[in-house]
Design a protein around this ligand. Structure first.
Ligand code: GTP
Ligand code: MG
Length: 198
């Protein structure tokens, strides 16, 4: 499954620049370099939509994309800056947290957060904190394990079960790979469910 169309809308460095809530929003969040922007490109089938990089900390703004999903009404995908990257200046890290928190706690159109976790790293303190924080605010979470191609097939499911348990998820996280396309259809279904009836 691919999006029928996807286009960049706008970026914000500051909550004052957030566009007004209009279409239902699905945000992509997770550690820096986990593969958020790559996943947006893979889901939409537009390879240069969101900027990706080998260097962590590529996405420093909140970016909105308008997406026509495989079925149903249009959505906004929101690419969030990554957390947990120690190599950026402290002042910049300090500005990310309020930016991300203000988006995630105050957004009327927000329908769900795709929480990305690198299959090789699993759950660390930041994921525990972040998942609990989202849960407290009643934000629906779709957990994803990224870069599945980096781990042999028989080692993937045990990680998924462990992450499910550690984060107290109702469902197993979806194993995805933008390299070989694994899990993208499952993720699309979860995203469309979270976005609500079309
Ligand atoms: P920030 O914007 O810095 O927070 O990073 P991000 O989470 O948006 O990550 P991004 O999509 O830029 O990807 C980071 C690196 O991981 C890039 O070098 C990607 O090519 C690589 N990558 C992303 N997805 C996959 C995947 O499924 N498999 C493999 N092997 N590499 C991937
Ligand atoms: Mg990015």
């Amino acid at each position: 499954m691919k999006a029928r169309s996807a286009t960049f809308i706008t970026s914000a460095a500051d909550p004052a620049q957030f566009p007004p809530s209009s279409l239902p929003e699905i945000a992509f969040a997770g550690r820096s370099n986990v593969g958020k922007s790559s996943l947006i490109n893979a889901l939409t089938g537009v390879s240069s939509l969101a900027r990706t990089s080998r260097t962590p900390g590529r996405t420093r703004l909140v970016n909105w994309f308008r997406v026509d999903p495989p079925k149903g009404d249009p959505l906004h995908f929101v690419d969030l800056p990554g957390y947990g990257y120690a190599q950026v200046p402290v002042a910049m890290r300090d500005s990310w947290r309020p930016l991300i928190e203000s988006f995630l706690s105050g957004r009327e159109a927000l329908r769900g957060v795709v929480l990305l976790i690198d299959v090789r790293r699993g759950v660390e303190d930041e994921e525990l904190d972040f998942a609990a924080w989202l849960e407290q605010r009643g934000v629906a979470v779709v957990a994803c394990l990224t870069k599945a191609d980096k781990v042999p097939k028989n080692k993937r499911r045990p990680v998924a079960l462990d992450v499910k348990k550690q984060l107290g998820l109702r469902k197993e996280p979806i194993l995805v790979s933008t390299l070989d396309g694994d899990g993208l259809d499952d993720l699309w279904r979860a995203v469309m469910t979270a976005a609500g009836p079309a």
